[in-house]
Ligand binder design. Structure first.
Ligand SMILES: NC(=O)C1=CN([C@@H]2O[C@H](COP(=O)(O)OP(=O)(O)OC[C@H]3O[C@@H](n4cnc5c(N)ncnc54)[C@H](OP(=O)(O)O)[C@@H]3O)[C@@H](O)[C@H]2O)C=CC1
Ligand SMILES: C[C@H]1O[C@H](OP(=O)(O)OP(=O)(O)OC[C@H]2O[C@@H](n3cnc4c(=O)[nH]c(N)nc43)[C@H](O)[C@@H]2O)[C@@H](O)[C@@H](O)C1=O
Length: 324
């Protein structure tokens, strides 16, 4: 374990048991695909109906029986701005319980390497941009997702405390907004990019001439394709060991209006785009400083235009089974 992240790159053993918590989700399924491609042969996943991670006894029983050597915690209660703003208790309580149960049980049962996934919403609403990791806890949070953010900050703190108290080389990553195959496309619970794909696809098919998006369209967001995120997770597990969380992003952002036009052209929607300003904009900008990640030797490779194209294609090929 190191204090400054300088770490002798250490390949993970491809035959050791690797538990991907949340393996069916947007991120977890991408991590699973990537680990399979990278030659991992002993992957373990449990659906939330097989193992509710809010159930502490069930989580400890699972770890006692399964004893994974590696863990990525990609299971969480996740949603877009409206879901977070409407159900703050669920986003706080569910995520605190999932995190505390998994991290406690993993420590108790000797997990060697663990990667915890937080979110870019942990940073202050008006943090200097691009946002460096050391701006954490230097200002007020964005109210639409402050409950979720506090849960994630608690997760970062638990990782840092476990490093200090038990000397375990566990790490945290803070992804920017993610998108791609396996996303949640529900009209109200989803994040913006999948919501626009679904909305425009339905409008293009039905000939609707006006679609309405949320907010003013002026906030800026950074979007990382989830296959890039999965690659970054393995890279960090094999190349980074430090107490600081690591931002994971592309280093560039767009306005929601620009995103709306990119998605409309990828879908082939040519009608009007209106904006419902009764819906929240959220934080004006949250572009991540990704220099720590670059120092660890990784950068994103899937551009937003290409990523949107691939996601529209996936959405159309899987429209009968997508989460919506
Ligand atoms: N999507 C994004 O833009 C971003 C996501 N993140 C983080 O990445 C991680 C994954 O998010 P994402 O993949 O988008 O989320 P999804 O909603 O796509 O997937 C969440 C996963 O968590 C599992 N899960 C939820 N609650 C429980 C529970 N009580 N017990 C067991 N499993 C549970 C679900 O399992 P099942 O399918 O079996 O119900 C699902 O597989 C989260 O930590 C999130 O905070 C961070 C920044 C951005
Ligand atoms: C990853 C991150 O995601 C969440 O933060 P967010 O980035 O604000 O989330 P969002 O993707 O839902 O919105 C981005 C922007 O887009 C606008 N917007 C327009 N039209 C739609 C629309 O139809 N749906 C949604 N969801 N947003 C829309 C919306 O008004 C906002 O200005 C956190 O809660 C938390 O989950 C978190 O950490």
């Amino acid at each position: 374990m190191s204090e400054d992240g300088v770490f002798e790159p250490t390949a993970l053993d491809r035959s050791s048991k690797f538990y991907v918590a949340g393996h069916r989700g947007l991120v977890g399924s991408a991590i699973w695909r990537n680990l399979e491609t990278e030659g991992f042969t002993n992957l373990v996943g449990k659906t939330s109906s097989e193992l509710d991670l809010k159930d502490r006894d069930a989580v400890f029983a699972f770890f006692a029986e399964s004893k994974p050597r590696y863990v990525v915690l990609a299971a969480a209660k996740v949603g877009g701005i409206l879901a977070n703003n409407t159900y703050p208790v669920d986003f706080l309580s569910d995520n605190l319980r999932i995190q505390v149960n998994v991290l406690d049980a993993a420590r108790e049962h000797g997990v060697e390497r663990l990667l915890f996934l937080g979110s870019s919403c942990i940073y202050p609403k008006f943090a200097e941009q691009p946002i460096r990791e050391d701006s954490l806890l230097t200002g007020h949070l964005e109210p639409t997702n402050d409950a979720y953010a506090i849960a994630k900050i608690a997760g970062i703190m638990q990782i840092q405390a476990i490093r200090r108290q038990y000397g375990l080389p566990w790490i945290s990553a803070m992804p920017t907004n993610l998108y791609g195959p396996g996303d949640n496309f529900s009209p109200t619970g989803s994040h913006v990019l999948p919501a626009l794909i679904r909305r425009y696809d339905e409008a293009a098919k039905s000939g609707t001439q006006v679609v309405t998006n949320w907010g003013t369209g002026s906030p800026r967001r950074e979007f990382l394709h989830v296959d890039d995120m999965a690659s970054a997770c393995l890279h960090l597990l094999e190349n980074y060991d430090g107490p600081s969380q690591v931002n994971v992003g592309t280093g560039s952002d767009v306005t929601i209006r620009e995103l709306a036009s990119m998605v409309a052209s990828a879908v082939g929607y040519t009608g009007e785009i209106a904006w419902d300003t009764t819906k929240p904009d959220g934080t004006p900008r949250k572009l991540l400083d990704v220099s720590k990640l670059a120092d660890a030797g990784w950068s994103a490779s899937i551009g937003l235009e290409e990523g949107i194209r691939r996601t529209v294609e996936w959405f159309r090929e899987n429209s009968l089974s997508v989460r919506s």
